[in-house]
Design a protein around this ligand. Structure first.
Ligand code: HEM
Length: 149
């Protein structure tokens, strides 16, 4: 039912919830992030990453059709306690040659810009804070001096 996707989502409180990616006017209030927003948010994030000449090569060979649901489960587990992610978020990053603090800074700036373009509120803030904390600890575990943003 393709038409249903363009309808505003109505929250329990009754307020119409228009998603920016689904045709909201520019400058319209942005809804807070919720679990069902994650696939669209992450699709936009990886589109942006794919246009960054420094980051794109790391993701070039990835099957996004498999990666995005996995990452959506990761974020749903961190932010909304969904409990569906059972992987090791750190391990794949050990195998990535040349991963330097500047790359984490670009990843974080892109993540923040994507969240800010679509969402505003406590869960959106929590997503950005968690990304910073995880990126910081990943860099320490990789033996890097974390980039301060
Ligand atoms: C420059 C920084 C980063 C780069 C280039 C990068 C790149 C990648 C790539 C290419 C994969 C796919 C690995 C594979 O399936 O073979 C991956 C997986 C993943 N990344 Fe990152 N990443 C970065 C930072 C981060 C950060 C900061 C987070 C968390 C906030 C994160 C969370 C994850 C997770 C959860 C997975 C999935 C692991 C799994 O398969 O279970 N990454 N990353």
């Amino acid at each position: 039912m393709a038409a249903a996707r363009s309808l505003p989502i109505v929250d329990a409180g009754g307020a119409p919830r228009v998603h920016p990616g689904d045709g909201a006017a520019p400058g319209a209030p942005r809804p807070d992030l919720c679990e069902e927003d994650l696939p669209a948010l992450l699709t936009e994030f990886y589109d942006r990453v794919g246009r960054d000449p420094a980051l794109a090569p790391y993701f070039a060979a990835l099957d996004m059709g498999a990666h995005i649901p996995r990452i959506a489960d990761f974020w749903a587990t961190i932010l909304f306690h969904a409990g569906r992610y059972r992987g090791n978020a750190f391990a794949p990053h050990l195998e990535m040659p040349g991963l330097a603090p500047e790359y984490f800074a670009r990843w974080l700036a892109t993540f923040e810009a994507t969240v800010d373009a679509r969402h505003a509120g406590p869960a959106a803030d929590q997503a950005k804070d968690a990304a910073h904390r995880i990126a910081y600890s990943m860099q320490l575990r990789l033996g890097l001096t974390p980039f301060a943003l």
